[in-house]
Each structure stands twice: as C-alpha cells, then as structure tokens.
Design a protein around this ligand. Sequence first.
Ligand code: PEP
Length: 253
Amino acid sequence: MANVARKKLIAGNWKMNGLAASAPEFVRIVGASHGLKGKVDLAVFPPFTLLTSFATASRGAGVLVGGQDCHDKPSGAHTGDVSAEMIADAGGQGVILGHSERRADHGETDAEIRAKAEAARRAGLVAIVCVGETEAERKAGKERDIVGGQLAGSLPDDAAPAHVVVAYEPVWAIGTGLTPTLDQVAEMHGFIRAELASRFGEAAAAEFRVLYGGSVKPGNAAEILAAVDVDGALVGGASLKAEDFLAIANAAG
Ligand code: PEP
C-alpha cells in the first residue's frame, strides 16, 4: 500500500463531564496547541453545553472542537437532539459518531450511525466513526466480524479521508485501564485499513486516519501511537486534564 504520511490526531472525548468551571483546562490545551502545530492535530469534544464557548476559545488556534453525537435530520420535532447543522452553527467542526456508549445506552444501529455520518458531511463536519468489539466478542474470536460489520454498516459510500476518521475502540478497553497488546492493536488497525482499501480503494485507504481508543494515558501513549497503522488516539478519561492530554499529544508529536 502507498506510503502516505498521515499526521496523527489526538482527540479528547469529554463525555458527560465538564462545567463552565472546566474552561481553564481547555484554555491550557489551546495555549499549548501553538507549539504542537504542524506536528500533531488536536481535537476536543466537550458536552454540547460547552461547545460554543470552547469553539470561541479555540478560534485561530489549532484545536478542532466538536460534538459527541448528532441527529441525522437538520431540524425538526426531535426533542433533546442536536443536528449536525447546529453543531456547525455553534462553531463546531467535527462530531464523534457511533461511540460504544451510544451504541449500548441508546441502541444506535450501524444504519443510524451511517445516516448521522451523512448528516455530518452535509454540515461540513469531520466525523470520527467509532467501531470496536466487546470482551465476549473478542473471547469468541469474532472481533474481525464485528468490526468489519460495523465499518460496512456505519460508513457512507462516499466516505473520504478528508471528512471521515475511524476510531478503533475495543469496548473492553474503554475506561477500564485494560489495553490490547501492541500486536493486537496493529493487527486490528491493519485489518481496518484493508477493509477500507477493499471498499474505497488503496489510495484512499492509505490516507484515512485510524485512531486507537481505550485507556490511553500518558504512560502508554508513546508505545500505542508508535504501533503500525495507528494514526492517533481517541482519549476519554485522560483528556479531562490538560496536563495528561498534552502529554499524550506530545507523545504523538
Ligand atoms: C472513549 O470513551 O472514547 C475512551 C477511549 O475512553 P477512555 O480513554 O477513558 O478509555
């Protein structure tokens, strides 16, 4: 496969964490982003309540701010939902889709995630589409079937590296402190890239960024980020502290 240099992306998923009082953590990330420009891309996905203030704080800096989900329709009678267009209007430039917590807590299907990814494209957002197997699925040796099926079902036919990023997040590694071995990470990332190649072609597959997510911390970031075919990290818990998030970003740069 073509040897394309893919700049690493370190993305922080704040989940349902963060109040107005958390802004200084984000401002620290923005402040440090200038020194990392050119070496690594940074993104932070705060709760919707902080999206506008974070987007304003990051203006002119190199930190992409986005939402953690979106509806597939631009507007309408969908109480409690937020559209991709609303995220863009609030200053967001990206959205996380199909996180395992949304697949589990809200029963999101691959087809729904695909429709949301199409909505993200319509609104000009970069979509980070998450895939990953549960512990039981890995124990049963089904991780490739599961991840392959999620990719096939969740990615739109016109997915392209400029507006879609894939995040491989084994569910059993999220928030548990457990991580796959480096061989397991490299093996799954290679599989994902091969799946992307068979659907979108070798040239596009060489440009898609495939992030790893699941208990990435300052202490293990360097080795995970050095694994073959790992183009960055989607970071949950460790993204809430600027110091830890920036240590991970520095390990990528
Ligand atoms: C996540 O939820 O996307 C995640 C990777 O969480 P953590 O880093 O806390 O395991």
